[in-house]
Each structure stands twice: as structure tokens, then as C-alpha cells.
Design a protein around this ligand. Structure first.
Ligand SMILES: [Zn+2]
Ligand SMILES: [Zn+2]
Length: 352
């Protein structure tokens, strides 16, 4: 076992603080990664505060991990010591069900589903998995990503969750050059959606409730910005979208957006609301054969494809770097949406 320094929540009502943990010995298929940077996702906060229920304390959050390979097992073929490597939301799955065989590990149908990077029963060493707010992690190479060398490393970290969560639905619903694509919300997910959809060649329209975000949305690659509270602005876009990616996690009325889809087009939700959205109007859907869908991160192969796509197009997240001991303050700011657009922890600041 190997000692690692981490930050953990000891209980739902406790701030995060330092905790020494053990990582398993490197097995034949494992890589040990010295973590350099870890992004801060809203899920981290939900889990640390047990807002979805089922948190197993202590919780070491973090699933936007980048670092350098420090050790490899005897059967590892994809990585060598010194390589850049990344870990996203999953560290294992059953590998035998239909979804796993198709490379869709996020929909693993095995009895345990996929193993989340933190707060999941650990298939390999028992107990619960501990995430990336830590100096190191040991992960099977099958769930380890290669990180392109041409991008700013800290700004790559959020691609491992925010990046793939937006890339996967844009690919699955086949967004093409020239398509009119809406992105609803300009937060950690939304700002990645704008960048990726624009790089795919789409005409990107960003929907926001805040006029203060117009300029930034355009800087990030949006061709148009619509203030979604303004019915006249919304009406001007009726029946015109090939696809809408809705990243808003707060409960809201979906109908005004559904009415903007063309016949047969889809709006896909990737935000997980604490309280359900009001039920959408069925008329809106049947009269134009429109679809409302959901999407969850992406498989490992698609995550690698996304990283390679981002390397080719020079895409990273807009980040604000923090020290490890600033994490509790960062959570408070995240709750006020006071971040552009992702906090990333510099792991060199971890107290040992
Ligand atoms: Zn996440
Ligand atoms: Zn499976």
C-alpha cells in the first residue's frame, strides 16, 4: 500500500480537511499517477454534503484528474513512467455486459454498475474509492486516458467530466457543420458545450438569463446569444434548431426551449436538478415529433476521442486555479456561480 495525502469531507456538515489515505499496490494492469491538477465539479460538492444521499464518509472528491505516470504494472502497454495521464468519472466496470462491450461503460448493466472514481464500492481493494483531491491514485490502464501534450495541463482537467459530458451528446445526436445548435446555460458544462459545438462547425446559439454573459459567450465561440427570459427573443428562433444541449441543473420550464426545435429534433438534458423540472408539454412534442433526452458523461473510448479532438482544435476549459486549502471557499463561490468557468486545484499546494 502507498500513502497518499488527500482532502476529504469527514461528514456532510463538515468542511473538507486533510486526510492521509492508502492507495493499493500497483497490480499487473494498473498505473499509479502522481496527480498534478484536479478540477472541481458540482458533483464533488453534492457528494461531500450528501445532497444526493448515499455518501460514504470520509469522501475524497475529485473526478477531473490529470498527472504523470509514476509506476506501471507488468502487463501495462499503453503507458510508461513519465507519461501524462488522466482519469475521469469512472475507474472500473463489469467489462462483460452489452454496454461495456460497446464501450459505453457509463451505462454498465452489471449489478454494481460502473465504479465511480470516488464514493463507489471499490472492486479491487474493498472499501470505497477515493478521488482526485489527492497526491496520487492507482487506476487500471483500461480506465486511464492519454493526455495530449500540446494543451495547458491544468486546463485539460475539466475536460474529463465537463468536456465529455457535453462532447458525447453532441456526437451522439450527430451535430454537423452548419447545424444550428443551442446551448442552454453558461457554467462549467455550458462553456465547454459552446467551445466544442463551435469547433464541430455548428452555428452556436447560447441561451442565458443573464445579459452580463453575452460578451463572454461570444468570446467563447457563440455566434448568437439569446436572453431566455425574453419571449420575443425566444419566439424569433421558433422551430429552427437541429439540436439543443441543456446544461442547466436548476429546475426550470423546458417548454420554451422545446418549441425552438425543428421537426424531429432533440433537446438533451445533462444537468441533474435537485427538484424535478415541471413536466413538459406533450403537444410541443407530438406535433413536431420532437424528442427530449438525457445523456451521462461518455465511455472511455469516446473520452479519449474527445481529448484528441480538443488537442486538434486547441480546446481547454477556462479555469481559475486554487490552492488545496481554498477548496471550502471555492465551494461557497461555486454555489453562487462565481467562477469562470471551473476551479482547478494545484496539487503541489497539498500539505504533506
Ligand atoms: Zn463531474
Ligand atoms: Zn458492464
Amino acid at each position: 500500500m502507498l500513502k497518499a495525502y488527500s482532502y476529504a469531507a469527514a461528514a456532510a456538515d463538515k468542511p473538507l480537511g486533510p486526510l492521509e489515505i492508502q492507495r493499493r499496490d500497483v497490480g499487473p494492469n494498473d498505473v499509479r499517477i502522481d496527480i498534478l491538477f484536479c478540477g472541481v465539479c458540482h458533483s464533488d460538492l453534492h457528494m461531500a454534503r450528501n445532497e444526493w444521499g448515499g455518501s460514504n464518509f470520509p469522501v475524497v472528491p475529485g473526478h477531473e484528474i490529470v498527472g504523470r505516470v509514476a509506476e506501471v504494472g507488468s502487463d501495462v502497454s499503453k503507458f510508461k513512467v513519465g507519461d501524462l495521464a488522466g482519469v475521469g468519472c469512472m475507474v472500473d466496470s463489469c467489462r462483460t455486459c452489452a454496454s461495456c462491450k460497446e464501450g459505453l461503460e457509463q451505462f454498465c448493466e452489471g449489478p454494481e454498475s460502473f465504479t465511480q472514481t470516488y464514493n463507489s464500492p471499490d472492486r479491487k481493494s474493498g472499501g470505497f474509492t477515493a478521488g482526485g483531491y489527492s497526491t496520487s491514485i492507482v487506476v487500471d490502464e483500461a480506465f486511464t486516458l492519454s493526455i495530449p501534450g500540446n494543451l495547458e495541463l491544468a486546463a485539460v482537467a475539466p475536460l474529463l467530466c465537463a468536456g465529455i459530458t457535453t462532447y458525447s451528446p453532441l456526437r451522439h445526436w450527430n451535430v454537423q457543420k452548419g447545424h444550428k445548435v443551442g446551448i442552454v446555460g453558461l457554467g462549467g458544462l455550458g462553456h465547454m458545450g459552446v467551445k466544442i459545438a463551435a469547433a464541430m462547425g455548428a452555428h452556436v446559439v447560447l441561451f442565458t438569463t443573464s445579459p452580463g454573459k453575452i460578451e463572454d459567450a461570444k468570446r467563447l465561440g457563440a455566434h448568437e446569444v439569446v436572453i431566455s427570459k425574453d419571449p420575443a427573443q425566444m419566439a424569433a428562433h421558433a422551430n429552427s434548431f437541429d439540436f439543443i444541449l441543456n446544461t442547466v441543473a436548476a429546475s426550470h420550464d423546458l417548454d420554451p426551449f422545446m418549441a425552438l426545435l425543428k421537426r424531429d429534433a432533440t433537446m438533451t438534458l445533462v444537468g441533474a436538478p435537485e427538484h424535478p423540472h415541471p413536466s413538459p408539454s406533450v403537444m410541443n412534442m407530438i406535433f413536431k415529433r420532437r424528442s427530449l433526452a438525457g445523456s451521462l458523461i461518455g465511455g472511455i473510448a469516446e473520452t479519449q476521442e474527445m481529448l484528441d479532438f480538443c488537442a486538434e482544435h486547441g480546446i481547454t476549459s477556462d479555469i481559475e486555479m486554487i490552492r488545496m486549502d481554498e477548496i471550502n471557499k471555492a465551494y461557497e463561490r461555486m454555489l453562487k456561480s462565481d467562477v469562470k468557468y471551473r476551479f482547478v486545484i494545484d496539487m503541489a499546494t497539498m500539505e504533506k
